[in-house]
Design a protein around this ligand. Structure first.
Ligand SMILES: [Cu+2]
Length: 187
């Protein structure tokens, strides 16, 4: 190999590295603006349009190792906090924001007469029977059901509700038992 061809090879190697680095940066920028980037822990927008009443629910958990907050959630506790306790019958959009550190979901279940929210029987797998579900938001940055709403992400669902009592819950194993439920009354 001559000195000249060696230098050409060296420069082409440098150029290849620079081009690769450039395309990696481009991919990174594209990924950051992709709505599905919640996979990377990025926030995402909620629904661009909603119909009927909007119920905003916050899905939250405390880390297992953190000390309990005064008057708040204890270590390992989880909550599903709704901004409304009552809504009018008809179209209702539930927007669930996961501000916790693990995946969550929002499932809408009718509350049987005489039963209180949080009193459902929990199976061996840590979940409750959700066969009566009237809808769920369990997809990151999307509507409807999916693999769970990732930390920092938003999921939503629009349903038509008749008057009655309902319970919105997170039915991932152990989460209902840890406190992820809230009652909604439809009038
Ligand atoms: Cu949960």
């Amino acid at each position: 190999m001559t000195a000249v061809s060696g230098r050409v090879l060296l420069w082409s190697a440098v150029a290849t590295v620079l081009l690769t680095a450039g395309s990696l940066v481009t991919v990174g920028l594209l990924t950051a603006t992709d709505p599905s980037s919640a996979r990377l822990g990025q926030p995402c927008a909620g629904p661009t349009s909603t119909s009927g009443t909007v119920v905003n629910a916050t899905l939250v958990n405390r880390g297992m190792r953190r000390a309990p907050m005064a008057g708040g959630m204890g270590a390992g506790a989880m909550r599903l906090i709704s901004d409304r306790a009552t809504v009018q019958a008809g179209r209702v959009t539930f927007v669930a924001t996961n501000t916790g550190t693990v995946s969550h979901e929002l499932v809408i279940l009718p509350l049987p007469r005489g039963e209180l929210a949080g009193s459902r029987q929990i199976g061996d797998d840590g979940t409750v029977n959700e066969s009566a579900s009237v809808g769920e938001a369990s997809s990151s940055c999307a509507e409807g059901s999916g693999e769970g709403i990732l930390p920092g992400a938003i999921g939503w669902v629009t349903v038509t509700l008749r008057p009655g009592r309902y319970e919105i819950i997170c039915n991932l194993p152990g989460h209902y038992e840890a406190g992820m439920y809230a009652q909604i009354t439809v009038t």
